[in-house]
Design a binder for this molecule. Structure first.
Ligand code: NDP
Length: 294
């Protein structure tokens, strides 16, 4: 029986995750198909219940369901519990387990960005959505001492900080209003800047002005392309990375959870590169993917 793995989101368009996971199944000769399921929040509970069937190896969950799916699973891993977000489901009999492999993906991306330098201790994070939760949790686990979160809607940044209250009790985690002067002051103290907003995904805008980027900054954009932020940062002399490493490694971790096999990273990377060359910029169906939907 061909096994099934599904990506549940709304909308879901032509996706980098699909290209990468199908390539991994095919490479290892796993008889499985990766399907894209566009489901509204109202359909979510019924959709999740369907995954308890034998033919399913599991699922990926994406915007806007990562947080809504939490109460629908039977068990959560530590990362899913800590972040309050689930991006991967596995099945144990008829029980569903919620995982967050974005945390593992972010760790690989951060390690590569930092390279041989000593792990820094101060970061600025832009955004307070599901991606930002994985980032902030990763920074807490990595031993960062000060992490400042800026978000368009300050209350969502404050909710994120509150959510991590206990695990961040030993360090300085705070949300600040998105004003250029405050951002500039915080960036002057930070060594790592992570963009976890979707600004720059659908158009060529940057979340921050180029003038406040200092050359010693390490800049990671979770978006899977050379965004304006990354180009401005490179021009200012910063070290930069886009979201590809995080995407690849969250996917590799999910693949291993579904199959029990080490992920064929090279094949997955090749499939990602080919899909990106075809113009696919989204793992799921966010704005920006529509040009290649189908
Ligand atoms: P969410 O929808 O949960 O969060 C979106 C974030 O972007 C919020 O902080 C939101 O702010 C902010 N935002 C969106 N539009 C604007 C705008 N016009 N101005 C200011 N802020 C804005 O999405 P995710 O956290 O899941 O994803 C965010 C980005 O990270 C996406 O581009 C996604 O592709 C990428 N991502 C990449 C991953 C990878 O593996 N590389 C993994 C996860 C995410 P507000 O709260 O104020 O609305």
């Amino acid at each position: 029986m061909t096994k099934r793995v599904v990506l549940i989101g709304h909308p879901v368009a032509h996706s980098l995750s699909g290209a990468m996971q199908q390539a991994a199944f095919d490479h290892l000769g796993v008889d499985a198909r990766y399907e894209l399921w566009d489901r509204t929040p109202a359909q979510l509970a019924e959709t999740i219940a369907e995954l308890r069937g034998e033919e399913f190896l599991g699922a990926n969950v994406t915007i806007p369901h990562k947080e809504r799916v939490v109460p629908l699973v039977d068990r959560q891993t530590e990362e899913a519990h800590a972040t309050g977000a689930v991006n991967t489901l596995t099945r144990e009999g008829r029980k569903l387990v919620g995982h967050n492999t974005d945390v593992a993906g972010f760790k690989v991306a951060l390690d590569r960005l930092v390279g041989r330098q000593k792990m820094p201790r101060q970061a600025v994070v832009l955004g307070a959505g599901g991606g930002a939760r994985a980032v902030v949790y990763g920074l807490i686990r990595e031993g960062f001492q000060r992490v400042v979160v800026f978000n368009r809607h300050l209350h969502r940044g404050e909710q994120l900080v509150k959510h991590f209250g206990r695990s961040a009790a030993h360090m300085d985690l705070r949300a600040m209003p998105w004003h250029e002067s405050i951002l500039e002051a915080e960036l002057a103290k930070a060594k790592v800047l992570v963009n976890a907003t979707s600004i720059g995904l659908g158009d060529d805008s940057s979340p921050i002005p180029a003038e406040i980027l200092m050359p010693e900054l390490l800049v990671l954009d979770l978006i899977y392309k050379q965004t304006r932020l990354l180009r401005d940062a490179a021009a200012a002399g910063c070290t930069t990375a886009d979201g590809e490493t995080m995407l690849l490694h969250q996917g590799a971790a999910a693949f291993t959870l579904w199959t029990g096999e080490p992920a064929p990273i090279d094949s997955m990377h090749e499939a990602l590169t080919a899909a990106r060359a075809d113009g696919v910029t989204s793992a799921e169906g966010e704005p920006g993917a529509s040009a290649v939907a189908g």
